[in-house]
Write a protein that binds this ligand. Structure first.
Ligand code: GLN
Length: 193
C-alpha cells in the first residue's frame, strides 16, 4: 500500500514516520504526476492558505479533486481546511468535503491545547485519543453525508473535531504529533476497504 503525503508545506515528514510505522510505503507529492499509483493521500497540518496557494501554483487543484473522487484522502488541521467546501475566508480550497470550517477557532490565547477525545471508530475505543490542537480549526457544520467521528467534551463541549465523508477524513488536530497510531491505522483501513 502506498500513501502519498502532500509535501507543499507543513508537517508532512511526521505523517510519513507514522504511516511507515503502521506498514504503509509513503512518498511525497508536490506535482500532479506524483499522485500516480498512490492508494491514498494525506494532507498535513501547516498553514492552509499557503498550502492552497502552492497547490494552485503547482497545478494540483484539479488533479487533487480527481484523486479525492476515487481514493481515500485525509486532511489534518490545515489539511482538513483545504478539503472543506467553506472556510469562511477567501482562500483556495479543494471543496470536496461538505463541511464548513472555522479557522483558528480557539482564539489567540489558547492557540494550542491538548484534549482527550472519545473516538468510537478507532480500535480500543474505550481508550481516549490524546489529541494535539495547534491554532486549530473547528468543523462548524457538516452536511448530511458526513459522519461525525469525534467531538470535544470539556471546554468546547459538542464541537466537531473529526469527520468522515465516504473516502474522506478530516481531523482538526494532529495525530501525527503523538505516539498513538490508531488514526493512521484507521485511515489505512479506509484505504484497504
Ligand atoms: N491555523 C492554520 C490554518 O488556519 C492551521 C494550523 C495547523 O495546521 N496546525 O491554516
Amino acid at each position: 500500500m502506498r500513501i502519498g503525503v502532500l509535501a507543499l508545506q507543513g508537517d508532512f515528514a511526521e505523517h510519513q514516520i507514522l504511516l511507515r510505522r503502521v506498514g504503509a510505503e509513503t512518498s511525497q507529492v508536490r506535482l500532479p504526476a506524483e499522485l500516480d499509483g498512490l492508494d491514498g493521500l494525506v494532507i498535513p497540518g501547516g498553514e492552509s492558505t499557503t498550502i492552497g496557494k502552492l497547490a494552485v501554483t503547482f497545478g494540483l487543484i484539479e488533479p487533487l479533486r480527481r484523486f479525492a473522487a476515487s481514493h481515500p484522502v485525509w486532511g489534518t488541521c490545515a489539511g482538513a481546511i483545504f478539503l472543506s467546501k467553506d472556510s469562511q475566508r477567501d482562500q483556495p480550497l479543494l471543496g470536496v468535503m461538505d463541511i464548513t470550517i472555522t479557522r483558528n477557532a480557539f482564539g489567540r490565547q489558547v492557540d494550542s491545547f491538548e484534549a482527550d477525545l472519545l473516538v468510537p471508530v478507532l480500535t480500543d475505543p474505550e481508550r481516549p485519543f490524546h489529541a494535539v490542537f495547534i491554532r486549530a480549526p473547528l468543523i462548524a457544520s457538516a452536511g448530511k453525508g458526513v459522519e461525525v467521528i469525534s467531538k470535544l467534551s470539556d471546554g468546547h463541549a459538542g464541537q466537531i473535531v473529526a469527520a468522515r465523508q465516504g473516502n474522506m477524513l478530516a481531523t482538526a488536530f494532529h495525530p501525527e504529533l503523538t505516539n498513538d497510531d490508531r488514526f493512521h491505522r484507521y485511515f489505512l483501513s479506509l484505504v484497504k476497504a
